[in-house]
Design a protein around this ligand. Sequence first.
Ligand code: HEC
Ligand code: HEC
Length: 365
Amino acid sequence: MISQRKSILFLACLFIFIWLIGCKKDVQLNDSITPQNYNPTPYKFNLPASFPSMRIPKSNPMTNEGVALGKKLFYDPLLSSNNKQACVTCHQQSASFIDSGISFSRGVTGVLGDRNSMPILNVGYASAWFWDGRAKTLEELVFHPITSQNEMNQDLSELLIELNNSKEYKNMFTAAFGEGSITFDNTAKAIAQFMRTIIASTPKSLDTSKLNAAEKRGLMVFLDEKKGDCFHCHELGNFMTNFKFANNGLNKNAINNPGLYAVSRNPEDLGKFKVPALINIKYTAPYMHDGRFKTLRDVIDFYDTGFHFDPTTNFYLDPNLKKHFDNFTGKPTPRRWTEQDKQDIITFINGLVDESVNTNPQYSK
Ligand code: HEC
Ligand code: HEC
């Protein structure tokens, strides 16, 4: 009895000891970010006047040196296992940082992914990333494509060796984070900093006087609850999204493609995906998380007559679409929009652009 108690006590002490060592290590990791030669310049955002300020995590303040390093890393195929694929491979600037024109991207091993690449614009304003929201910080997000077998398939210790072998990276990491700071943590922080600088603003989403006649009519259809009724999710304003997740009825049975539910395990999240910003849509076809629609016209027809609701399997179609569904016929209720209305709404959305995202040298290699 006594010896059993003793060994329990011993084990308890051992655990506490190991735990203390574990904590110490964390502290040391963070401490290694305060050495000499470290005097970075705070990054100054040049945000459009209507934009709120961006929430920046305290653990990753924006600096010019961090942003410059992040940009270099974003464009560098060194990040992938065979040194052939960079972030930019699937996020091309000329297409608002999506993988232009294709539904699914191919990773370094030749494997095709199963989600459509997403634009990188105003991403610093979101609070969850990826179509299903599985990344909770932009820093954490960076880890996914680099290590994913379907994408860059990189071994992280390999990557750190390669970065350490580069004099240029040694200097840039030192400038951004201090001496001896080449860690994966800092790699992710720098890339996150760069992504936060990519800002898109569309004057036409804020000021109706900037709209031509067809766009004005399109806006009215967009806002009309009997016609487009789009604004609940693609909120009119700076960002053209409410930054939430919604089930817009793409699939009859949401269980096969659960979206946010796979992350939250909350049944209400079945079939919910990130509401995309309707900015630069003109440049980011094909559309939806699986790139199923080639044109904006396909998208409009989907919202008109193509979205699904199956009361037995899919309770969670968003109320803003459920109200356009006729349970009796089992089909979307015909809306009161005309062919002209549909064309006008397309003209309106195609006008919500910020070309500078696609061309600004600040974001270029
Ligand atoms: C092989 C193609 C590929 C590569 C390489 C790639 N991405 Fe992606 N990216 C995607 C796809 C596909 C998605 C959508 C994935 C999903 O939702 O499951 C995505 C989503 C994202 C998002 C989410 C945007 C949002 O609004 O939620 C960000 C940010 C991002 N990638 C940044 C990066 C960075 C940084 C790198 C390099 C470290 C990178 N990507 C490399 C294909 C790629
Ligand atoms: C209930 C919320 C909701 C409503 C209402 C809604 N959308 Fe969407 N929209 C979404 C979601 C969520 C997605 C992404 C779905 C996915 O890929 O799984 C999306 C995707 C899109 C896309 C594709 C964007 C891209 O980058 O792939 C376009 C374009 C679009 N919607 C336009 C519209 C228009 C136009 C209307 C009105 C006729 C509308 N939406 C109404 C939630 C909504």
